[in-house]
Design a protein around this ligand. Structure first.
Ligand code: PLP
Length: 399
């Protein structure tokens, strides 16, 4: 991998070479993505979908080509199933809002899990207040693996939807979503997958998973901020009511009645961030040229290597030891507060995340207030892992 694509990785902080291990929060952007967006602003910029003029048509072509790139990336059947959103959070809010409005009533239930990000908890709670629906929560074992027996037992006549993370942003657990979807479908219940931490790291095939909805964010996979994707099976998107109203999403409007566009436009009110969709498509092409399997192999090796080296450290506690685990390592050392560890590592040029990682219910389950989290991307190296492990040892010695 050519790190020169990421000039930011060569900078220094506090006079130390930057070691960027906060990739689960957001990744750095390669030059090709920045160039593509700059090029579009400089040469093509015009609002999409509504213009007869040349530039508007060029911009629309780039925007719709980006939709096709996303379709191919996750192997959706049709571009009608690819809705552009601001990110995973908006995708989850869209489904929570439209699905509940369309298909749920008081007493109905949504199944989520203990390890969800707040963005897969709070949107359901907002709807729960509005419609009187209930949340059921799949528990997990101490390794951070979901209890599949309890999961099966949660289904009843009121279950309307399952919404779970593909990969935990805290534990790195890769949940057995294919099996979970099979079980849900056996009960005629559709499934939403939060793919914020899976799409950046390994190949996702929505047809093979057979998920009904799948969400991810561009900024966590080398693309720009403010753009993300909701995949939804066409049959669901056709039936779901719109999420927001405005331009682009309508067929006809009068003061008496409005008819809507078909998906995906039905869910894309207002001017889309068409520069960002082009940036996202460029990022996807960047990843697929490297190869998702190569990205996975590299990150798996780094995660294994880092885990092994971290276990050399006295008092090291790693949270999340699932057999199937991705490129995230959450930890604590002795009784060093995660904020202290994070702040002191930062002084050594090492960027990690500390705190509850937007997963407070998971922290409660683990009986802790927070962790330090290192998360890897395709550009990280073993040398950086060595600097990171030496950094933890230095900090530990100070306490
Ligand atoms: N879900 C998971 C598992 C995440 O890790 C994150 C972000 O950290 C989100 C959802 C929310 O993503 P975004 O802030 O890009 O909408």
């Amino acid at each position: 991998m050519n790190r020169n694509q990421f000039p930011i990785l060569s900078r220094e902080v506090y006079g130390k070479p930057l070691v960027y291990l906060d990739n689960a929060a957001t990744t750095q952007k390669p030059l090709c993505v920045l160039d593509a967006m700059r090029e579009e602003y400089l040469n093509v910029n015009a609002n999409v979908h509504r213009g007869v003029h040349w530039m508007s048509q060029q911009a629309t072509e780039l925007h719709e080509a980006a939709r096709e790139t996303v379709r191919k990336f996750i192997n959706a059947r049709s571009t009608a199933e690819i809705v552009f959103t601001r990110g995973t959070t908006e995708s989850l809010n869209l489904v929570a809002s439209s699905f509940c409005e369309g298909f749920m009533k008081a007493g109905d239930e949504v199944i989520i899990s203990t390890m969800e990000h707040h963005s897969n908890i709070v949107p359901w709670q907002l709807q729960a207040r509005r419609y009187g629906i209930k949340l059921r929560v799949i528990p997990m074992n101490d390794a951070g693996e979901l209890d599949m027996e309890v999961y099966q037992g949660l289904f009843n006549a009121h279950t309307r939807l399952v919404s779970v993370a593909h990969v935990s942003n805290v534990l790195g657990t890769v949940n057995p979503v294919e099996e979970m979807i099979r079980i849900a479908h056996a009960h005629d219940v559709p499934v939403m997958i939060d793919g914020a931490q899976s799409a950046p790291h390994f190949a996702v095939d929505v047809q093979q998973l057979d998920c009904d909805f799948f969400a991810f964010s561009g900024h966590k996979m080398y693309g720009p901020t403010g753009i993300g994707v909701l995949y939804g099976k066409e049959e669901w998107l056709e039936k779901m009511p719109p999420y927001q109203g405005g331009g682009e999403m309508i067929a006809t409007v009068s003061f008496e009645e409005t008819t809507f566009e078909r998906p995906p436009l039905k869910f894309e009110a207002g001017t889309p961030d068409y520069i960002a969709t082009h940036g996202l498509a460029t990022a996807i092409n960047f990843m697929t040229e490297i190869g998702m399997d190569n990205i996975r192999a590299h990150e798996q090796e780094l995660t294994r290597y880092a885990t092994r080296r971290m276990q050399e450290i006295d008092g090291m506690r790693i949270f999340g030891t699932a057999t199937n685990k991705d490129a995230v390592i959450s930890f604590l050392v002795g009784n060093i507060h995660p904020m202290d560890m994070g702040t002191l590592l930062d002084r050594l040029g090492i960027a990690v995340r500390t705190g509850h990682h937007c997963a407070e219910p998971l922290m409660n389950r683990l009986g802790i207030l927070g962790t330090v989290r290192a998360s890897f991307a395709l550009y990280n190296t073993k040398e950086e892992v060595d600097v990171f492990v030496d950094g933890i040892k230095r900090v530990a010695k100070m306490f």
